[in-house]
Structure formats: C-alpha cells, structure tokens
Write a protein that binds this ligand. Structure first.
Ligand code: AMP
Length: 366
C-alpha cells in the first residue's frame, strides 16, 4: 500500500513515521530538497502544482495532503488515478476562509460576523457593518497568524489592506473569547466517526503555543455543540480522515474559527496521550483500515518549540516528556518541534508543564 502525501513538512513527517509502522509506504511531494518529511519517506522533488510531480505518484493507492491549501488542480488530477482522502472539495473549502465560513453558517454553525473584502473600499464598508475591533485575514494561505491584521480603529484600514498584500480577504469581528478549543475527529470511508477529547489551546501572536485535552463530558453543552458541528461538517463533506475545527468559547457558546482537513498541531499530544494517534488514525481511515480507539490515556499536554534552537538536554530532563524535533533550522516564529508530557496525576503534570516551559525557553548553542 502506497500513500502519496502532498507537502513534506512536519505533519507529513509524522504521518510518514506512523505509515512505516503500519506497513504503508509514504511518498511525499515537496519542492524543498530538505523538507522535514524527506528523511523518512520517498521524496518527489516537485512543486505541488507541477504535473510532472503528480505523474511520479500516479502509481499510489491513495493520496492525502498535509496542508489545507493543496492545489485543487493536483487533487483533481490525482483523483482520476486513485482515491484522494479527504476529497478535493474539503480542501477547496478549508483553503478558503470565506467559503469555509459560509458553509459553517449553512450548517447552522455559528461564526464571528464576517464580510468579504476584495478592495480597500470593501474593507471600509465591512468595518462599518462589523464594527471594531475586527480582524482582516487573507482568504487563502494564511496560517500561524500570517496574512492577518487586527484593526482597532477605522484609520487602520489602509495600512491593514496594504499589509495583507491587497489580496482577496475576509474581515471578521474580533471575538472576546474565554478560551480556544479544538475538536478533532476521524471519519472512516464507511462513515464511522470517532472523537478525541476536546483540546484547550493557547496561542500567542497567532501561533499555537500549547495544547491540553480536557476530559470528555457527554453532557457539557459546549462539548456537545462542538461535536455536533464537526459531525455535521464531516457528513456534509462525506469526509474521510482526520478533521479539526478550531473554536472560540465565548459567553457559554462556541463560535467556529476555522477547519483543517488534515492532522493538526493541537492533536500532537495524541501520539503519546491517546490510545491511537491522529497520524495513525488518519492513515487507517484513508487506507480503509479499521479505526483505532481515541481514548485519552491520562493527564497530558503538548508544548510547541518555536523559533530558537531547542535545548535537547534541558527538554529531555522533563519528567514524562517525549521530544519531537522536525529537523528544521531555527527562525523566528518557526515551529521546530514539540514536547509531549504525560503524567500519572494532575499535580505531576502541572509540575512537568512548569519545567517544560523553562526548558523550552532555553536556547541551545549547537
Ligand atoms: P487563525 O489563523 O484564524 O487560526 O488565527 C490564529 C489565532 O489568532 C487564533 O487562534 C486566535 O488566537 C486569534 N484570532 C483569530 N481570529 C480571531 C478573532 N476573530 N477574534 C479574536 N482572536 C482571533
């Protein structure tokens, strides 16, 4: 069984590592010779929209992608040669914030108020409709807070429009959220849907810093609403694979922010903290294998390692920690790895989180 993965970043790397364990052969397509997944998978060195690259994975059994903005042209071509999971329609949606929000609303999933912006005039009008503060986001290719500007006064419009590059965008109301939650699910080709514990996430400067699963509570209206929203999306898209939706919790309600039609950073804890990881279950789903259990094994958390070269010795001394490095060179704001923490009880986990934060703040010299 051969799986083609569009994109060769850390998500593809972790998928590839899980694939080997299942006896699945991963083949990644990426234009960078040293992309993180290329050391653990066959590598087709090609841009994702290059038909010559598609030809080289035409013999695979199934294709998937590690990025929401995988080019629709590639997915359409591949779907004539093999199963593409999740399907091209899911990527078309997740790669476009405006279409995504419209679908959320059609399915009865609440979003922040939003306004399509194709010009500076649209932006000025949108600000009048939505009010301040507001967030301007590019429709496509934004991630980790890139392609985003917060507007606090009407006079910010011109600069924000220029700073996002004057490309099609969406203006949305700023949500004064109490916390951010993501819901991760996996759906099989037969329509079986399983959920991991909801995850509480902390972002800084638009980048995920840490995640913690919270206990599943079948009666908690917030959790029920989140699972219902994800189930509605997965069914509407006849989705196969791991699906993530990020939400804001505000005044006891859930407001959907965005979806990712792939494995997600807020699910990295599942590698050590759940019965089956998001990577393995994504592969199981897309290759037609039976799904694995999604139960959380105990108190667990995940901390991203961002920007500075991680200090391995310090990180490896954190009790219950498991280090994952992606083989990337340091750069400001770049995700270089993560640390998963598992503990026997809440007190030990809190202690480990405390130590891990200190270790993550240290910079290695080599
Ligand atoms: P995104 O790229 O949409 O996931 O945004 C990255 C992060 O920026 C989110 O996780 C929030 O912490 C923050 N953010 C994005 N949109 C909004 C919003 N409309 N209101 C408040 N915070 C936001």
């Amino acid at each position: 069984m051969k799986v083609a993965i569009l994109g060769g970043g850390q998500l593809a790397r972790m998928l590839a590592m899980s694939a080997h364990r299942l006896g699945i052969e991963p083949i990644v397509v990426d234009p960078k010779p040293d992309a993180p997944a290329t050391r653990v998978a066959h590598h087709v060195l090609a841009s994702l929209d290059d038909p010559a690259g598609w030809q080289q994975v035409a013999h695979c059994d199934v294709a998937t992608a590690e990025l929401d903005h995988a080019p629709p042209s590639a997915l359409d071509w591949l779907s004539e040669h093999m199963a593409v999971r999740p399907g091209p329609d899911a990527f078309r949606l997740a790669g476009d914030r405006l279409r995504e929000k419209r679908l959320f609303n059609e399915l009865g999933i609440e979003t922040a108020p939003f306004w399509p912006v194709d010009s500076e005039e649209d932006l000025v009008r949108g600000l009048r409709e939505i009010g301040l503060p507001a967030v301007l986001k590019t429709r496509q290719e934004g991630y980790d807070g890139k392609g985003q500007r917060i507007l606090r006064k009407a006079a910010d419009a011109r600069r924000a429009w220029r700073e996002v590059g004057g490309v099609p965008a969406v203006l949305e109301g700023f949500v004064p959220f109490a916390r951010e939650l993501s819901i991760l699910a996996v759906r099989s080709a037969r329509g079986e849907l399983r959920f991991w514990s909801p995850v509480e996430n902390h972002h800084e400067d638009g980048i995920l810093r840490s995640s913690r699963p919270v206990e599943i509570d079948v009666e908690d209206p917030i959790q029920v609403a989140g699972r219902r929203a994800v189930a509605a999306l997965a069914t509407a898209l006849d989705y196969v694979g791991v699906l993530t939706v990020e939400f804001f919790e505000v005044e006891g309600r859930l407001v959907a922010n965005e979806m990712a039609c792939r494995v997600h950073n807020s699910g990295h804890w599942t590698e050590e903290g759940a019965e089956t990881s998001q990577f393995e279950n994504h592969l199981r789903a897309i290759t037609g294998l039976r799904l694995g259990g999604t139960r959380t094994l105990g108190p667990t958390a995940m901390l991203n390692l961002i920007g500075a070269r991680p200090h391995r010795d310090a990180l490896l001394s954190v009790p219950g920690g498991r280090l994952h490095l992606y083989g990337k060179s340091p750069a400001p704001g770049r995700k270089l790895g993560h640390l998963t923490l598992c503990a026997d009880d809440e007190e030990r986990l809190q202690h480990a989180i405390h130590l891990a934060r200190d270790a993550a703040a240290m910079e290695a010299r080599t």
